[in-house]
Design a binder for this molecule. Structure first.
Ligand SMILES: Nc1ncnc2c1ncn2[C@@H]1O[C@H](COP(=O)(O)OP(=O)(O)OP(=O)(O)O)[C@@H](O)[C@H]1O
Ligand SMILES: [Mg+2]
Length: 715
C-alpha cells in the first residue's frame, strides 16, 4: 500500500526520504540507539532470580529448603540450607550485575559517540543514538561508521571511498565503495546536501552483509542501488578524508546488529555426563526413600504400637501409612548428601583454574606481537582436549595470503621457467640473475622474475604477449594512488589480482588510474586511455570476471579472466590446439601448488554490444529477478572467447603449518579445509602441508553440485 502511494511499483518494504524526519517517523523505524544489556535496575532482581533458579543445583537446594520448613519432617534447622544457597545466589547475582553494568557502560559509550549530522541545513554534532533514519551524516577519515549508510559523496574523485570491514567479516584489506555519479556531484556543499530529497526504497533489515537492493528516486529519475553504494555500521573509513551518507538502517536494524544473535549457553560433554549421573543418583535417593518409608510403615503397624505409651504420635498422625509418607520426606532431607550437587560448583572452580593455566601458558605466547593465549570463556575448556575435527580456511590460514607472480603461459609457451645450458628445467638458485626491471623507474622492486625470454618477446612486439599483459593491466578491481613521493601505490581487494597487476606493471604495462568510465594504462611508455563500457564482476559462482572496453582505435573488446574449468567451456571452437597445450601447462602449474587463472578475450562488434548493453540497463532497473537476469546477460556475452593463456601465482605456506598439521594428525584429529582453488592446486597444497600423505592410497574425489549428487557419490 505504501509503495503504491509513492507510485513506485516495487515489492520492497522500506521507504526513506532524505532529510525528512517527519516523514520517516511515520514508519517508526528503529533509531540509532543500541541495547545489548539484559537488565535494568527495576527488573534485575526478579529476572535474575528466575534465571538462576532454572539451574538444577539451585532449584534442588530451594526444594530442600522448602522441605526443611515443614516441622513434621525437618531434621535440621532451615538455616543450614539457606545460608549456602543465599551465598551462592548473591555471588552469582553480583557477577551477573557487574557483567551487565559493563554492557550498559559500553552501550552508553557507543550511543554517546559523536557524529556530524545535517540538521536544519547545518552540520551539527549529535550523539549516535539521536541519529535517525533519513539523516545525512558526515564521516571523517578513520572514523567508525555510525549506521548503515547510502554513500552520497566523498572527498575522492568519482565519489569513491575506502572502508575497512574487519569488524564485520574479519578481512583486513580495504574495500571500495562508489557513490552514484548523480549524488557524488553534491560534493561537500552543505546547502545542496540539505536540499537533497531523494527517496530510497529498499529491502527490510536483514543480516546479509554482501547484499543490498534498492532504488533511489531523485529528480524524476531512478537509480538502482546495490551493495557497492552502501557503507555498513562497524566499518571504518580509510584513505578518504570525508564522505557524506544517508542513513538507511539504524541501531538494531543495521546489518551488524542483525548478525549478533543471542549467545547460546553452551554445554560440554562433561556437563551432559554429569547431568545424567546426577539424575541417576537422584533416582537412587528416591528409591532409598521409598524403601525406608515402606519399612517404616510396616514397622509402625506391627511393632510401633507397643512404644506408643512413651513415643507419642503427633496430633493428626494417626495411621502407619501417613507416618511412612512423612518418613519418606525426612529421609530425602537426611540423605541429600548422596546427590553430589557440590560437584557443579567444584567443576566450575576447576574450569576457572584451567583458564588461568591457559592464559599463563608460555608455549602459547606469540612473542613477536606480544599476544598470549586467552581463554575467552570458562565453560568450554575441557572440550579442547576432545576435539575431533578442525575446519580451516586455506588461503590466509594455511598459506600466507601473500601472492607472487611466478609463471605464465602465453599462446602455448611457458614463461618463468629457468633452463640450464642443456635446456633442462632447473631450480632457481642464488646465482641465477633475475630479470632487470629497474630500467623502468615505476617497477615494483619486490617482484623477481628469472626468465629473460619474456622480456625479449615483449621487445619483439609479439601481439599475443602484449594483449596478455594488457588484459592483466585492464581486467581487475585494483585501485591506484600516488603517494607523497609520487610513487604509484596499488590498493588491492584481492591479493591475487594485486600480484597480476604488479607483474604487468613490471613488464611494461602499467595500470595508472581509473574512473568509473575509463581505465588509463601506460603501454611500454605510451599512455593509453580505454573507455570502460561494462564491468562484469567476480563472484564465487561465476568464478570469473570480465571488462568490456573500447580502445582508442574504437574497437570493443571483452577481456576475461577466471577459473580454467569455467573459462575453457566458453572458448570459441577454433581454440582447440591452444586449449590442449594450455591445459597441460595449467596442470603443470597446479602440480607445483601454484594458483592459476585462465585468460581470454573476445572482439565485439558495436551493434551487438549496443543491443546487449540496452538489455543490461533494463535488467539493472528491474526490481524482480534482477540478479538472475543480469547473470543471464553476462553468460550471454562471455562466450566464443579466444584463449590467450594462463597465469600462475604462488602463495607460500605459513611458518609452522607442516609441524602443526603433523601433530594434529598424530592426535587423530581430522582436518577439513575450505578452498575455491583449482582441484590440483588444492591437492598439492594438501601434500605440501602434510595433510595428505603418500600412505593414504585411496584418495577419492567427490564432485557433486548439490546435496543429492554428493550423497549419491558417497554411496
Ligand atoms: N579476481 C578474480 N578474477 C577472476 N577469477 C577469480 C578471481 N578470484 C578468484 N577467481 C577464480 O574463482 C575461483 C574461486 O575463487 P574464490 O575466491 O571463490 O575462492 P576462495 O574460496 O577464496 O578460495 P581460496 O581460499 O583458495 O582463495 C578461483 O579458483 C579462481 O579460479
Ligand atoms: Mg579467493
Amino acid at each position: 500500500v505504501i509503495c503504491q502511494e509513492q507510485s513506485l511499483e516495487v515489492t520492497f518494504k522500506r521507504i526513506v526520504k532524505a532529510n525528512d524526519r517527519e516523514y520517516n517517523e511515520k514508519f517508526q523505524y528503529a533509531d540509532n540507539r543500541i541495547h545489548t544489556s539484559k537488565y535494568n535496575i527495576l527488573t534485575f532482581l526478579p529476572i535474575n532470580l528466575f534465571e538462576q533458579f532454572q539451574r538444577v543445583a539451585n532449584a534442588y537446594f530451594l526444594c530442600l529448603l522448602i522441605l526443611q520448613l515443614i516441622p513434621e519432617i525437618s531434621s535440621l534447622t532451615w538455616f543450614t540450607t539457606i545460608v549456602p544457597l543465599v551465598l551462592v545466589i548473591t555471588m552469582t547475582a553480583v557477577k551477573d550485575a557487574t557483567d551487565d553494568y559493563f554492557r550498559h557502560k559500553s552501550d552508553n559509550q557507543v550511543n554517546n559517540r559523536q557524529s556530524e549530522v545535517l540538521i536544519n541545513s547545518k552540520l551539527q554534532n549529535e550523539k549516535w543514538m539521536n541519529v535517525k533514519v533519513g539523516d545525512i551524516i558526515k564521516l571523517e577519515n578513520n572514523q567508525f561508521v555510525a549506521a548503515d549508510l547510502l554513500l552520497l559523496s566523498s572527498s575522492e574523485p568519482h565519489g569513491l571511498c575506502y572502508v575497512e570491514t574487519a569488524e564485520l567479516d574479519g578481512e583486513t584489506n580495504l574495500k571500495v565503495r562508489h557513490a552514484l555519479s548523480v549524488t557524488s556531484e553534491l560534493g561537500a556543499d552543505i546547502s545542496k546536501l540539505a536540499r537533497f530529497d531523494g527517496i530510497v526504497v529498499c529491502e527490510v533489515p536483514n543480516n546479509k552483509l554482501d547484499k543490498f537492493m534498492g532504488i533511489l528516486s531523485w529528480k524524476d529519475s531512478k537509480h538502482s542501488l546495490n551493495n557497492e553504494k552502501i557503507i555498513l555500521r562497524g566499518c571504518i573509513l580509510r584513505n578518504t578524508s570525508w564522505c557524506f551518507g544517508m542513513v538507511i538502517f539504524a541501531g538494531p536494524d543495521t546489518k551488524l546488529m542483525q548478525n549478533s544473535g543471542k549467545t547460546k549457553f553452551k554445554r560440554t560433554s562433561i556437563d551432559r555426563l554429569m547431568n545424567t549421573l546426577v539424575l541417576w543418583i537422584f533416582g537412587f535417593l528416591i528409591c532409598l526413600g521409598i524403601i525406608l518409608a515402606i519399612g517404616n510403615s510396616i514397622w509402625e503397624s506391627q511393632t510401633g504400637d507397643q512404644f506408643r505409651t512413651f513415643l507419642f504420635w503427633n496430633e493428626g498422625e494417626k495411621s502407619s501409612v501417613f507416618s511412612g509418607f512423612l518418613t519418606f520426606w525426612s529421609y530425602i532431607i537426611i540423605l541429600n548428601t548422596v546427590v553430589p550437587i557440590s560437584l557443579y560448583v567444584s567443576v566450575e572452580v576447576i574450569r576457572l583454574g584451567h583458564s588461568y593455566f591457559i592464559n599463563w601458558d608460555r608455549k602459547m605466547y606469540y612473542s613477536r606481537k606480544a599476544i598470549p593465549a586467552e581463554a575467552r570463556t570458562t565453560t568450554l575448556n575441557e572440550e579442547l582436549g576432545q576435539i575431533e575435527y578442525i575446519f580451516s580456511d586455506k588461503t590466509g590460514t594455511l598459506t600466507q595470503n601473500i601472492m607472487t607472480f611466478k609463471r605464465c603461459s602465453i599462446n602455448g609457451r611457458i614463461y618463468g621457467e629457468v633452463h640450464d645450458d642443456l635446456d633442462q628445467k632447473t631450480e632457481i638458485t642464488q646465482e641465477k640473475e633475475p630479470v632487470d626491471f629497474s630500467v623502468k623507474s615505476q617497477a615494483d622492486r619486490e617482484l623477481q622474475f628469472f626468465d629473460h625470454n619474456l622480456m625479449e618477446s615483449i621487445k619483439m612486439g609479439d601481439p599475443k604477449v602484449h594483449e596478455f599483459l594488457r588484459l592483466l593491466a585492464l581486467c581487475h578491481t585494483v585501485m591506484s594512488e600516488e603517494n607523497s613521493a609520487g610513487e604509484l601505490i596499488y590498493q588491492v581487494q584481492s591479493p591475487d589480482e594485486g600480484a597480476l597487476v604488479t607483474a604487468a606493471r613490471n613488464l611494461g604495462f602499467i595500470f595508472k588510474s581509473r574512473t568509473p568510465e575509463t581505465i588509463t594504462i601506460e603501454e611500454l611508455g605510451t599512455l593509453v586511455t580505454y573507455q570502460l563500457l561494462a564491468f562484469l564482476d567476480f563472484n564465487n559462482t561465476r568464478k570469473r570476471m570480465s571488462v568490456i572496453v573500447r580502445n582508442p582505435e574504437g574497437q570493443i573488446k571483452l577481456y576475461s579472466k577466471g577459473a580454467d574449468t569455467i573459462l575453457f567451456e566458453k572458448l570459441h571452437p577454433s581454440n582447440e590446439v591452444l586449449l590442449s597445450l594450455t591445459s597441460d601447462h595449467l596442470s603443470e602449474f597446479a602440480g607445483e601448488g601454484l594458483r592459476t587463472l585462465a585468460i581470454a578475450y573476445r572482439d565485439l562488434d558495436d551493434k551487438y554490444f549496443k543491443e546487449w548493453h540496452k538489455m543490461l540497463e533494463d535488467a539493472n532497473a528491474a526490481t524482480e529477478e534482477r540478479d538472475e537476469r543480469i547473470a543471464g546477460l553476462y553468460e550471454e556475452i562471455e562466450r566464443d572467447l579466444m584463449l590467450l593463456g594462463a597465469t600462475a601465482v604462488e602463495d607460500k605456506l605459513q611458518e609452522g603449518v607442516i609441524e602443526t598439521v603433523t601433530s594434529l594428525s598424530l592426535a587423530n584429529i581430522k582436518i577439513w579445509v575450505l578452498t575455491g582453488d583449482k582441484q590440483e592446486t588444492a591437492i598439492n597444497i594438501g601434500y605440501a602441508c602434510n595433510m595428505l600423505t603418500d600412505d593414504m592410497n585411496d584418495m577419492f574425489v567427490i564432485a557433486g553440485n548439490n546435496a543429492v549428487e554428493v550423497r549419491e557419490e558417497l554411496r
